[in-house]
Ligand binder design. Structure first.
Ligand code: HEC
Ligand code: HEC
Length: 338
């Protein structure tokens, strides 16, 4: 993607007024969305969350100045209208190489101790630095010098950190922005808040019952985040000649019992994040649900919690109807780049 002029790209889904400035992170930065009142963000001791850092990080996330070629921003693969995914099975990096895994949502990444599909990043700051270098080919020193040459950035970095752009302040700002992307207040959350009385269709209520009962989804996709934040083998891609071993890798959890295991993805905003699975092979939500409800693909490392639940087509539809109620309701305005 070219240097992002967010208003051209983002006007498709959001009002993009010229005075939107850095946007809506604002004073709501520490406010917990409905449904997530009782979950704690995982923060870094040396990077307490502030609105100033998150606003700056929001601009940096959309700014292709951070990349090696000057052409690709983080947002190229993490688009706000798709809950910060990209709609592709696999994406291409700034250096032209293809990724081997699907771009995950950025919503609620602030709640993970371990990130990436295989858990190799210990914390958001480590993840952001890795993504900056690998995905968009960022060279921290060069980028810092480039940003330091932009007056408005100098001011924002000084205001947020009391110093100018460098590897650490760029990473801390990006991580702060990502921690602000909390998704709750979905139709499901409002239904829960009403004592399970109002707002869900009959099909969605039945889907919720299945999800929490006979279909056995809730054990891994545990509310309120709809992930247990752990790693399981569902058999995705395991029949390939050289399957992706996922969390078992030396630089990840280094645990052979986790062969082919991947982080349980959140199901919040799932209706917006097709295609599905770490390899992006499932094009529709229904296909993904059917795959999971039939126990995934059998292989020697498959998680014993995955079984063929023998659901009917109507029951699969009900599960889908329920998952469609997990779309969040957070306000969004595009950042304006200096
Ligand atoms: C070319 C596409 C692409 C670009 C550009 C990109 N990412 Fe990603 N991102 C991915 C893919 C693919 C993954 C999953 C990789 C994996 O798990 O091995 C990912 C994963 C992540 C995760 C982990 C989420 C989780 O739930 O574990 C974070 C955080 C992240 N990216 C942040 C960023 C940031 C910050 C930038 C810019 C510095 C960025 N990404 C740029 C494709 C991209
Ligand atoms: C044993 C734990 C476990 C159970 C039980 C489970 N899942 Fe999953 N689910 C996972 C993991 C792990 C993945 C990611 C697999 C991969 O890509 O390799 C996943 C992926 C998904 C995805 C794709 C998400 C995305 O962002 O790509 C959907 C949708 C899904 N599961 C729905 C369900 C439903 C519906 C049920 C119940 C029928 C269910 N899951 C049961 C662990 C589980």
């Amino acid at each position: 993607m070219r240097r992002l002029l967010p208003c051209t790209i983002l006007s498709l889904f959001a009002a993009c007024s010229s005075d939107s400035a850095a946007g809506t992170v604002g004073n709501d930065i520490l406010k917990r969305p409905r449904g997530l009142e009782n979950v704690e963000l995982v923060t870094a001791a040396d990077n307490p969350l502030t609105a100033a850092k998150a606003e700056l990080g929001k601009q940096l996330f959309f700014d292709a100045r951070l990349s090696g070629t000057g052409q690709m921003a983080c947002a190229a693969c993490h688009l706000p209208e798709k809950a910060f995914t990209d709609g592709k099975a696999l994406s291409t990096r700034d250096d032209g190489k293809q990724n081997t895994r699907n771009s995950p949502t950025m919503h609620n990444v602030g709640y993970y101790e371990r990130l990436y599909w295989d858990g190799r990043a210990k914390g958001l700051e480590a993840n952001v630095l890795a993504a900056w270098k690998a995905q968009i080919g960022g060279k921290p020193e060069e980028v810092a010098a480039r940003l330091a040459g932009v007056d408005a950035y100098q001011k924002s970095f000084q205001a947020a950190f009391g110093k100018g752009p460098d590897e650490t302040t760029v990473v801390h700002a990006l991580a702060s922005f990502l921690r602000s992307l909390r998704s709750g207040d979905s139709a499901y959350d409002r239904w829960e808040a009403s004592g399970r009385k109002e707002g869900l269709s009959e099909a969605a209520v039945k889907g919720h019952e299945l999800f929490s009962g006979k279909a056995g989804c809730i054990v891994c996709h545990t509310p309120p985040l709809f992930t247990d934040r752990l790693f399981h083998n569902a058999g995705v891609g395991m029949l390939a000649e050289n399957p992706d071993i996922g969390a078992a890798a030396k630089n990840a959890l280094d645990d052979a019992s986790k062969t082919g295991a991947f982080k349980t993805p959140t199901l919040r905003d799932i209706a917006k994040t097709a295609p599905y699975f770490h390899d992006g092979h499932a094009t529709t939500l229904r296909e993904a649900v059917k795959y999971m409800a039939s126990g995934g693909t059998e292989n020697p490392h498959r998680d014993p919690l995955l079984l063929d639940r023998g659901l009917t087509d109507a029951e699969i539809d009900q599960l889908v109807a329920f998952l469609e109620t997990l779309t969040g309701n957070q306000p969004w305005t595009a950042p304006k780049l200096p």
